[in-house]
Design a protein around this ligand. Sequence first.
Ligand SMILES: [Zn+2]
Length: 444
Amino acid sequence: MDITPSLQDYCMREAEVNPQRGKVTEVLIDQVDNLALVLAAVRTGGLRTRPELVRELGLGRNVISQRVGQLLEVGLLDEGRLAPSTGGRPSRELRFRSEAGCLLVAELGATDLQVGLSDLSGELLDQRVERCDVAAGPEPTLGRLEQLFDELLAGRPAGVPLWGVGLGVPGPVEFSQGRPIAPPIMPGWDAYPVRDRLSARYQAPAWIDNDVNVMALGELRAGIGRSELELMYVKVGSGIGAGLISGGRLHRGAQGTAGDIGHVSVTDDESILCRCGNTGCLEAIAGGYALARDGLAAAESGRSKALAAVLKQSGAVTARDVTAAAGAGDRTSLALLTSSGRLVGRVLATLVNFYNPSVIVMGGQVSSGEDMFLTELRRTVYGRSTALAARDLRIKTSPLGDRAGLLGAAFLVVDQLFERDCLARWIQSGSPTGHPELSSVAAA
Ligand SMILES: [Zn+2]
């Protein structure tokens, strides 16, 4: 097994191999906490000047001045115009240089693939979306992903180095190893070394994570959650999953599977088979896949005239057809959708009692459909959560929508690059380009 040395061990090893560099690295170990702190304060904390940093971070003026100097030197920060004077000597505004590097980001769904080139603030410079069947296995899927990545890289702004690669996949991911483990809808991907393949090909650090975790990160940094510390992102698409933000950080759990609520058991009925191989799972009864299955049955039996018409015309019934028919007043579809909202709501109420989030962000195609689903879900969550947990709880739909995945993939990479243990390993060379081994320095 690949074991990443602690920062201390890393420095000692560096000192043996290269005494001069090792000494520098030992000094760095004392500085890196404050470097990471100052960088985060400017990058995401909204602080702009040295006096602000001194005041807000509680560090001495000399320390701030030195750390800012280092960050200016390696090109992570630059100085702009004079900030409005607050009485003392005017100081220059600091800015995070999001153009210092670029990132390749992607979100792999069950049936489509989104890829993008972004700067270090998550801003997309270019992107592509196309149909893609994840069940075809890793070779064709990643082969196509790499072709699209190569196209995006060829069109990137001249001279901007690639700093990292980020990818969300629709299944459980062992985050420390960067590989999916027994993913129910991704046959052939079990333990496939996705991260290592991408980091080796692009000679840059790469991170992969479960798609819903990645979307939760997108919402936290760029969507509804910018000022939230306790957030739960819930995706109800073909399957169902959740990403948990606790204390302003993504909570992955011991192996990286925290939030995989789609396979919570909600009934003893053994006739309802889930794609994971188990029976009675939430997503097997209430997800988009289940809505499509039950919608088809209603069309075939004639219980729903609206869906029967859809089936006759298109030869299939999708979850989208069920939400559309419900919106048009079809009673069978409406019953399917409200039942789904109620079941998901019950599981969320349990999570609200257990975890007490301030906001639940609902994403995914079923959540973005007709209001009946959300109305029933809200009614159930507020009705079944404890009074205090429900008092200030907000349940909102995702403002980022389809963009949450690519934005989140960018923040997945940037957050890792600027974690202290990772930062310490590349800050002296000024760029993580050419350091694929940084991928294994993953902070959970
Ligand atoms: Zn299941």
